[in-house]
Design a protein around this ligand. Structure first.
Ligand code: BG6
Length: 368
């Protein structure tokens, strides 16, 4: 049942506050982060000296986002890799390596094979999964379930946000085991996560504005996405959504790379979506991005800026401004992704495509 929506994806986008709340629920108990199934001891977690996050598609992007938080909180090196690449190179793994396998379905063949490879090398595997009892969690040493509920739309939305939250819980569990965060700091980070469903609810008030923008951009040939820091994987996710749904050429770039190539793509009228960091959180990054936007605008780009509410400095450079609530820097992807999901869905709908069942794609890919 689409619940009165034209397509499931829009319904699932609107279910994101609930998906986040359900994913966090019960994971902070007696002052400690708790996982679901843990066949790893506290000592095993303390011994971890390196983390790999392996996944495909949007799940991979959730890992790219989480890298920033996990490294910051735990001081462990985190590598994020596409499962299909990880499996067929020769990654350096041993019993002190934690491999976090992120998969909505828990059945993705590339991710499953990567898990098997990791376990053969004696690495510990922790699954982040949305499907109870699926193969990947069954073959893992520990599990953290996302509780996004069933996702019908082939392009991931609420599962993606839930994956980010779950990956963050993994980071906090490691920080707690390693003592790189005091218990009161872990509690504070968890409380900030718990405030996110309300922030996502707030960003849903931009749905009508972004849908109108989507209709307006439906005839574009290509769209570029720019971001920095945690906004970079958000840009990648925004571009992936647009490719998947609207069959449009879309690329996400790290804004710092602009001068090293992508700026050559800017031409008159090309829509460029820019994910702005908070002006308060990372002022240096913010200033750099403002200068990036002015550069592309000067070359004729049509700038669509996703920025924190009250961010006045960015206004003169934004042909279209989409305001998102102010949240801690590391948590911004949970709100900044939402308009990009709506944008892709609405461009696809305007072009007459089936938003829930994009051509050539399957919800779960069980062959390598
Ligand atoms: C793709 C889906 O085929 O698989 C994406 O279209 C998804 O939405 C990706 O992110 C990975 O799937 P899973 O189930 O392993 O998270």
């Amino acid at each position: 049942e689409k619940g009165g929506h034209e397509y499931f994806m829009l319904k699932e986008i609107e279910e994101q506050p609930e998906a986040l709340a359900n994913t966090l629920r019960g994971h902070f108990d007696n002052g400690r982060i708790v996982l679901d199934e843990q066949r790893l001891s506290d000592q095993d977690l303390r011994d971890v000296d390196k983390v790999f996050v392996i996944a495909c598609g949007s799940a991979y992007h959730s890992g790219l986002v989480a890298k920033y938080a996990i490294e910051h909180w735990t001081r462990l090196p985190v590598e994020v890799e596409l499962a299909s690449e990880f499996r067929y190179r020769d990654p350096v793994l041993d019993r002190d390596t934690l491999v976090v396998a992120v998969s909505q379905s828990g059945e993705t063949a590339d991710t499953l094979e990567a898990v098997r490879h990791a376990r053969e090398q004696k690495a510990r595997v922790l699954a982040v999964c949305n499907t109870n009892g699926a193969q990947i969690p069954r073959e893992s040493d520990a599990v953290l379930y996302t509780h996004a509920g069933p996702e019908i739309g082939v392009a991931s939305t609420k599962a993606f946000l839930a994956q980010i939250a779950a990956n963050y819980l993994v980071g906090l569990a490691l920080a707690q085991a390693r003592g790189t965060k005091y218990p009161d700091e872990v509690a504070r980070e968890f409380a900030e996560l718990e405030a996110m469903p309300a922030a996502v609810q707030k960003v849903l008030s931009t749905v009508d504005q972004v849908r109108a923008l989507g209709r307006d951009l439906a005839e574009s040939k290509a769209v570029l996405f720019l971001g920095r820091h945690v906004g970079f994987p958000v840009a990648l996710e925004g571009a992936l959504k647009l490719k998947e749904l609207a069959y449009m050429h879309a690329e996400g770039f790290a804004a710092g790379e602009l001068k090293h190539g992508p700026i050559a793509l800017i031409e008159d009228g090309l829509p460029v979506v820019v994910v702005m960091p908070s002006p308060k959180g990372r002022a240096v990054l913010h200033a750099k991005l403002v200068s990036n936007i002015s550069e592309i605008q000067a070359r004729g780009a049509r700038t669509i800026v996703i920025a924190e509410e009250g961010d006045e400095t960015v206004r003169p450079f934004a042909d279209e401004l989409v305001e998102i609530p102010a949240v801690p820097t590391l948590l911004q992807p949970l709100v900044s992704t939402v308009p990009l999901q709506v944008l892709a869905a609405e461009i696809a709908r305007s072009r007459g495509y089936d938003v829930d069942k994009p051509r050539n794609l399957a919800k779960s890919v069980t062959v390598e």
